[in-house]
Ligand binder design. Structure first.
Ligand code: PGA
Length: 252
């Protein structure tokens, strides 16, 4: 089953609007002519509309770094799925480890976000991953299973291309310490088997699973060569135009 690779840049809390537009234009330029892969960028909310406008027609997807479950209402500080769609977003990152560990988002909350995004027609990118303490205590698989099952509770999949999972070991995020290609493949295969249990094999083998955590231009090729690694969620290296351009042009 063919899964279109997805290279996603998570800009986190970086860039002013003008910096974001300049970077977005360079991403669009670097993505030109690459029909066999998808590219996504997730700027901060303040720059989303300008970035969406800047990459219009380039094929580059634009995503929110988070999204609320509700369509509107008294949710101070939140952004509704329809608001993201309105300015041209097609995807939303949900349950990123910084949301979980710095801002205390729970699996129940994350599950509601996935449901809300999906109902509105946004592609949810559900992030899961173990901390260093959990890995050292050999709890990696238990943590991934709990996060995946709770994050996907009640979520049905009509089109497997419209749901993305990101495996991001917390100890590898922003640390320069990437998971080895073997560690990544082992976790991705585990996640895919779980998806086959939650849904069915035919669906599981069409859902993309991204790796995230210190992906850079030197390690992207080896990671992308793993059978169950279908893309990358890139933080720090997505802020450098040249480096991200090389990541987009990964070689299998
Ligand atoms: P990093 O971040 O590439 O800077 O490690 C990845 C992420 O948090 O998505």
């Amino acid at each position: 089953m063919q899964r279109t690779p997805l290279i996603a840049g998570n800009w986190k809390m970086h860039t002013t609007t003008s910096e974001a537009v300049a970077l977005a234009k360079s991403v669009a330029e670097a993505s030109r002519g690459l029909a066999d892969r998808q590219v996504m960028i997730a700027p901060p909310f303040t720059a989303l509309a300008a970035v969406a406008e800047a990459v219009k027609g380039s094929g580059v997807h634009v995503a929110g770094q988070n999204v609320c479950w509700a369509e509107k209402g008294a949710f101070t500080g939140e952004i509704a799925p329809g608001m993201l769609l309105d300015i041209g977003c097609t995807m939303a990152i949900i349950g990123h480890s910084e949301r979980r560990h710095i801002f205390g988002e729970t699996d129940a909350m994350i599950n509601k976000r996935v449901a809300g995004a999906q109902a509105a027609g946004l592609i949810p990118i559900l992030c899961i991953g173990e901390t260093l303490a959990e890995r050292e205590a050999e709890r990696t698989f238990a943590v991934l299973e709990a996060q995946l099952r709770q994050g996907l509770a009640g979520i049905t999949v009509a089109d497997p291309a419209q749901l993305v999972i990101a495996y991001e070991p917390v100890w590898a995020i922003g640390t320069g310490k990437t998971a080895s290609k073997e560690q990544a493949q082992e976790a991705h295969a585990f996640v895919r088997n779980l998806l086959a249990e939650i849904y069915e094999k035919n669906i599981a083998c069409q859902i993309r699973i991204l790796y995230g955590g210190s992906v850079n231009s030197d390690n992207v090729d080896a990671l992308m060569q793993q059978a169950d690694v279908d893309g990358a969620l890139v933080g720090g290296a997505a802020l450098k135009a040249d480096t991200f351009a090389r990541i987009i042009r990964f070689q299998k």
